[in-house]
Design a protein around this ligand. Structure first.
Ligand code: GTP
Ligand code: MN
Ligand code: MN
Ligand code: MN
Ligand code: MN
Ligand code: MN
Length: 193
């Protein structure tokens, strides 16, 4: 686990750059194949580098608050300046992949209609569509035969510690049980061998 800070301690550190990313999610009553409840919508993105990650980006705290910077990045990457507040902040830590970078993570619950509007705007309005962002993706939270669903999703490659951010957010928001999370991680591990 990387070194963790409070939001305030992280901002007091000198000589660090800051990046903010967010998990936008919500409940859904939709059913895959008309029978498997998808239960929740959780949004991530396929990045320009081929890695999965959350929407968001670099923020300059001397010019904008972390949350205003994150809203700006959301406007660029998903086409909607989703309002983000300090109450959406969940963690701040040193980036395991980038020296002198602190990554801040946020979570925001939205309605299914709002999430659908973001998916539409990400293609129709976002200036980064097809450039820094190749597309929004939903995280499959169910289990199908032979590792289909969440285990296969987790076996892909993720930017920085975004895979750990996803797992801890799914736990924190109780979108899956502890047992289901452990099963998904175990099955994903077997696929990568
Ligand atoms: P530019 O506009 O090109 O600067 O990109 P950006 O501002 O959108 O930055 P980006 O989203 O790539 O994030 C900046 C850095 O934060 C990346 O180089 C990664 O090291 C890290 N990063 C990117 N996405 C995530 C994420 O989902 N979680 C975490 N923890 N770090 C991320
Ligand atoms: Mn079909
Ligand atoms: Mn960006
Ligand atoms: Mn970004
Ligand atoms: Mn940027
Ligand atoms: Mn950019």
């Amino acid at each position: 686990m990387e070194e963790q800070f409070t939001r305030e301690d992280a901002l007091r550190r000198e000589g660090y750059r800051h990046a903010c990313h967010i998990m936008l999610y919500g409940d859904s009553s939709a059913k895959l194949f008309g029978k498997i409840p998808i239960k929740h919508i959780v949004l991530m993105q396929m990045r320009f580098d081929g890695l999965l990650g959350f929407p968001g980006g670099l923020v300059n705290p001397s010019k904008e608050t972390l949350e205003a910077g994150l809203s700006r990045e959301l406007h660029e990457e998903v086409g909607v300046a989703v309002p983000v507040g300090v109450d959406n902040h969940v963690s701040s830590c040193l980036s395991p992949s980038c020296p002198q970078l602190i990554t801040h993570f946020y979570i925001k619950k939205m309605t299914e209609a709002e999430l659908r509007e973001i998916e539409r705007a990400a293609v129709a309005a976002a200036t980064d569509h097809g450039l820094e962002v190749l597309g929004m993706v939903r995280v499959p939270l169910y289990f199908l035969k032979n590792g289909g669903g969440l285990p296969y999703f987790l076996s892909h490659s993720f930017i920085s510690n975004s895979r750990a951010q996803l797992l801890s957010a799914l736990q924190r928001c109780r979108l899956l049980s502890q047992g289901e999370l452990e099963k998904a991680v175990r099955q994903a591990e077997q696929m990568r061998r």
